[in-house]
Design a protein around this ligand. Structure first.
Ligand code: ADP
Ligand code: MG
Length: 448
């Protein structure tokens, strides 16, 4: 099937296309400059001849006017001169010039005079090879000065120059094509290396980087940018893998515990306290369901990529009051009316997670406060969190507790959910020392 030249052209390699375009542009530029050169050269050479010819004719005319013409007329550069009287008869000539036949007949003389410019004349009828340049001037008493000079040499040298250009230009173009092909190939080599590197990555699926060329050019920047992207992708993938393995790990112990309790109960059905077993199983089931809920919340946060699910006006003071009511230990110190834009359910989860932690760690009291500028604080007087761990605890599946409080706590997702939700709402979370205890400060932008 024949396809269009356009499609064919687009199928060619970049190297080929760039070379062809570069060579085409260079070739037309060279051809143009060669023709300009030849025509300028031609005009300049003929112009020089004309100037000197006119000067000669001028001098002869002065002599003719003064009646001081010699026989023969002498010129020093081979100019042929004929001086004619009013009747068109030749009166004076240079040595060797025709004394009988004028170079130009009366009509041609009149035309050349009228034009005031030098003209070409075929020299062959006068036994002169090649063309002649002729100037006609009028002198006193009806005399006419006709001066001519052969310009065959100029045509010959122009022809020679033309021939040199005709051979030289294509040669130069071939050289340029070869040089362009090589240079473009060299320029594109890093791109080929990039492509090869990329295909190896896809094939091996291992932690790999693209080859970065040494030159500080666009390809270098591209390689660096792509490597940055690969690093981020790899990081995300690693995080994902870690999350899956952490989640599986967290699932294992309650599931094992359920299984053990059921196996024991079924193994010795006689004298079995079934309600006790059911309570144990229920506790583990609750842990599982909390974990599933937290994972789901995180997955939703990831999915939305840092923006809240909704942007409705939420009366934060009401959410705070409801949450504090649910926990007997929590005391509300300040609660000023605050409206923020966002998702009421997500914001109430933030509060629940924080109060939950505080209640779990406190020794005596938990204080919750909300001020009109959108600052929410939850403080307890428990062991607090050492300064070096205050950033780490926000990571997923990070727990510092040991012993009893660990059994009560979750999987270490609570603070991660808090921080990501608050950030999605355009706010920030900070952990402070309440000496004793921990104070969590959440700042949310207040709606207009
Ligand atoms: N109020 C607090 N006082 C002391 N430690 C805390 C408090 N809140 C959180 N922590 C520590 O931060 C860790 C992470 O908290 P969180 O993300 O809510 O996970 P979880 O509650 O599931 O353990 C907890 O395991 C605990 O060690
Ligand atoms: Mg928690």
């Amino acid at each position: 099937m024949a396809d269009s030249p356009h499609a064919w052209w687009r199928r060619q390699s970049l190297r080929f296309r760039l070379t062809v375009v570069a060579v085409a542009v260079l070739a037309s530029a060279l051809a143009l400059s060669a023709s300009v050169l030849l025509s300028v050269l031609d005009r300049a050479l003929i112009g020089t001849v004309d100037d000197s010819l006119r000067q000669q004719a001028q001098t002869i005319r002065v002599h003719a006017d003064a009646g001081t013409l010699t026989i023969p007329i002498t010129t020093h550069d081979g100019t042929i001169v004929q001086v004619l009287d009013a009747s068109g008869r030749i009166t004076h000539v240079t040595y060797g010039a025709d004394r009988m036949v004028p170079l130009l007949d009366a009509r041609a003389r009149a035309r050349t005079l009228r034009q005031g410019r030098a003209t070409f004349l075929d020299g062959r009828p006068y036994a002169i090879p090649g063309p002649l340049r002729v100037v006609v001037l009028r002198a006193d008493r009806g005399q006419t000065v006709v001066a001519a000079r052969p310009v065959g040499e100029i045509s010959t040298s122009l022809r020679t120059a033309g021939r040199v250009l005709l051979v030289g230009t294509p040669l130069l173009i071939v050289l340029l094509a070869a040089a362009s092909w090589l240079i473009i190939g060299r320029t594109l080599r890093p791109i080929t290396a990039l492509r090869r590197g990329a295909s190896e990555i896809t094939h091996t699926a291992r932690s790999r980087r693209l080859p970065v060329p040494e030159s500080r050019d666009e390809v270098h920047q591209l390689a660096v940018t792509l490597n940055g992207m690969l690093a981020r992708l790899e990081e995300a993938e690693q995080r994902q893998r870690a999350l899956v393995s952490d989640a599986a790990h967290e699932l294992r112990s309650p599931l094992a515990s359920i299984r053990l309790q059921l196996e024991v109960a079924l193994g010795h059905p006689e004298g079995q306290e079934w309600p006790e077993t059911a309570e144990g199983v229920l506790e583990d089931a609750m842990r599982l369901s909390r974990l599933a809920e937290d994972l789901l919340a995180l997955a939703r946060l990831d999915e939305r990529g840092g923006v809240p699910a909704r942007r409705e006006p939420v009366h934060l003071d009401e959410v705070v009051r409801q949450t504090a009511d649910r926990y007997g230990e929590a005391r509300l110190t300040v609660c000023e009316p605050v409206v923020v834009r966002g998702d009421a359910l997500d914001l109430s989860r933030v509060l629940t997670n924080l109060v939950d932690n505080a209640v779990r760690h406190t020794t005596s009291k938990v204080e919750v406060a909300l001020t009109a500028d959108g600052v929410l604080t939850v403080a307890d007087d428990g062991p607090g969190i050492p300064a070096q761990d205050r950033e780490r605890v926000f990571n997923r599946f990070t727990r510092l507790d040991s012993g009893r409080s660990r059994d009560e706590g979750g999987a270490g997702l609570g603070l991660a959910i808090v921080r990501e939700t608050v950030r999605a709402h355009g706010g920030g979370v900070r952990l402070e020392d309440a000496s004793p205890g921990l104070r969590v400060v959440v700042r949310l932008p207040v709606a207009e």
